[in-house]
Design a protein around this ligand. Structure first.
Ligand code: ME8
Length: 510
């Protein structure tokens, strides 16, 4: 069985409705999945929800509903948003599903039987909102920082996973695989953290304190710590214990943001190592959306709701913005102003204009049929060179999940093609019958440049990609697995469809 390209997002907590941060990682994953499918790769894209733990239990209590009902109701918000955003995931996992509970219990039993899990009593500082023990080392100026929430002193017997035994192996693995954690600044953070001794990981919570979790199979007085439960979703979704698992695993790409890098780059690989399961191939932790320089988060309440933007500007415009602006290595301020600038400049002016005026001119000057070109002039060669160079750069950046740079490359082509129109002024050529041959050549290459945008645009903006393909009457360009290494030219005589504007400009209020 051929290995699929397996891509995941974090599974989000259901303590609140999704905001633009959750939408962003999910859009990034969807873009990569669509890009791979279009290339002809078999792809498996998993997203879902993290439904256990104290945060969810408390959110349910606050609403006065049983936790399962709370999860069921919250799951609808996520599913609806993914539909609005055209997220085409292959599976949607919820950690309260029986298939996941079975995997968690199977893994716990196996690790317990091996002696990789043991019970001990522990006394220390415990952050209630982070659901974990914290250490003196984390104090700043003698106090725990505000984001730790209420910190209490706690003494408890719990089960621990012998994570420390894997430290030397982990450091070695990360050093030998420079691409394994991306971007590089995050990799260095983890290597820095691993210079200090790694402690064993507490993987249980007493059921009398936290009831909303998966019971430990070997001790029903405890439930599984939410991270130990949540991380395993990646193998549940891939079919752990089933035949299909070997076709899906290892994951090719775990997409997350930097807030949850430690669980993914430390807990997860050591868990897998203890289980004798191969490592995922790459973890990519992007930066945060900020709001006035603070992290946008549920607890701070300073969030942007994606639905507001989708309703006004469409899913594609938001997907474009998320891919164009959110950075892998740094944080980015989210502002409505910036969104509108991008919308007007990149989508309405650059892209929308190019497509619309190219097709309208072909309609007007050549009856909507692609003419046959004659000998190319220098600017025609320059345009084709730009097509080759930018589509190649686009591919390279997409493979490296550098969407901002990928789109920048593609927009170099959009800009070049718009300049080509201005340089050649087809409306002037059309007035001079001696220039008929030149007009043919110009219209031929202009249409080719527009058509070359369809495939690269589609993963980022699927509706727009489809609309442009329709207007070019070239839906075949969006077939999965079509060779994308060569320029695919629309032959002379090809009749285009009906042009219509893609992104109406939004007037900015003064
Ligand atoms: O951590 N900017 O769930 P969560 C960008 N259940 N992305 C953001 C963001 C922001 N300001 N805020 C959130 C959990 N995100 C666990 C994960 S995985 C096995 C378990 C996105 O609901 C980003 O992907 O807090 C981040 O990593 C994730 O939401 C955290 O979601």
């Amino acid at each position: 069985m051929a290995k699929t390209f397996y891509i995941t997002t974090p599974i989000y907590y259901v303590n609140d409705r999704p905001h633009i941060g959750h939408a962003s990682t999910t859009v990034w994953a969807d873009v990569q999945a669509r890009y791979r499918r279009l290339k002809g790769e078999k792809t498996f894209f998993l997203t879902g929800l993290d439904e256990h733990g104290m945060k969810v239990q408390q959110a349910a209590e606050k609403r006065g509903v049983p936790p399962q009902r709370h999860c069921d109701e919250m799951s609808i918000y996520f599913k609806e948003l993914w539909k609005e955003l055209n997220i085409a995931c292959d599976d949607f996992i919820r950690t309260t599903e029986p298939r996941h509970k079975a995997v968690v219990q199977k893994v716990l039993s196996a690790l317990h039987a091996k002696g990789a899990v043991y019970k001990k009593s522990y006394q220390g500082w415990y952050s209630k909102s982070m659901e974990q023990f914290v250490t003196e080392k984390e104090k700043v100026d003698g106090r725990f920082p505000a984001h730790f929430g209420e910190v209490i002193e706690l003494m408890e017997e719990n089960y621990f996973f012998r994570m420390s035994e894997h430290q030397a192996w982990l450091v070695d693995m990360i050093r030998q695989n420079p691409e394994w954690i991306q971007p590089e600044n995050r990799r260095n953070e983890i290597l820095g953290m691993l210079q200090k001794p790694l402690e064993d990981l507490c993987i249980s919570r007493p059921a009398n304190r936290l009831s909303w979790g998966i019971p430990l199979p070997f001790d029903p007085d405890y439930v599984t710590y939410v991270w130990f439960d949540a991380l395993l979703n990646y193998i549940t979704g891939a079919g752990y214990g089933e035949e299909r698992f070997s076709g899906n695993w290892p994951a090719d790409l775990h997409l997350i943001a930097k807030d949850i890098l430690t669980p993914h780059a430390v807990y997860w690989p050591t868990m897998l190592h203890a289980m004798d399961v191969p490592m995922p191939r790459k973890i990519l932790a992007h930066g945060w959306w900020l709001m006035d320089r603070e992290k946008m988060s549920k607890s701070l309440g300073n969030v942007v709701r994606p639905s507001d933007y989708i309703a006004k500007y469409g899913a594609d415009a938001l997907r474009y913005f998320i891919c164009r602006e959110l950075q892998p290595a740094t944080d980015t301020d989210f502002t409505g102003e910036r969104f509108l600038q991008r919308f007007n400049a990149d989508l309405a002016n650059d892209l929308g204009n190019l497509v619309n005026r190219s097709l309208s001119m072909l309609q007007r000057f050549r009856d909507g049929k692609v003419p046959a070109p004659s000998v190319p002039a220098a600017c025609d060669d320059d345009l084709t060179a730009t097509i080759r160079e930018t589509t190649e750069a686009f591919r390279r950046e997409m493979e490296g999940v550098s969407y901002g740079r990928a789109l920048e490359s593609l927009w170099r082509l959009v800009t070049r093609a718009n300049r080509y129109v201005d340089e050649n002024a087809p409306w002037k050529l059309a007035k001079d019958s001696a220039q008929a041959g030149r007009l043919d050549t110009v219209m031929y290459w202009l249409i080719q440049a527009g058509a070359q945008l369809i495939r690269p645009l589609y993963p980022v903006m699927p509706e727009t990609g489809r609309k442009i393909a329709e207007q070019f009457n070239a839906a075949q360009l969006l077939e999965d697995g079509r060779a994308s290494e060569t320029l695919e030219l629309l032959p002379p005589g090809h009749a285009i469809g009906k042009p219509s504007p893609l992104f109406p400009r939004v007037e900015l209020k003064k």
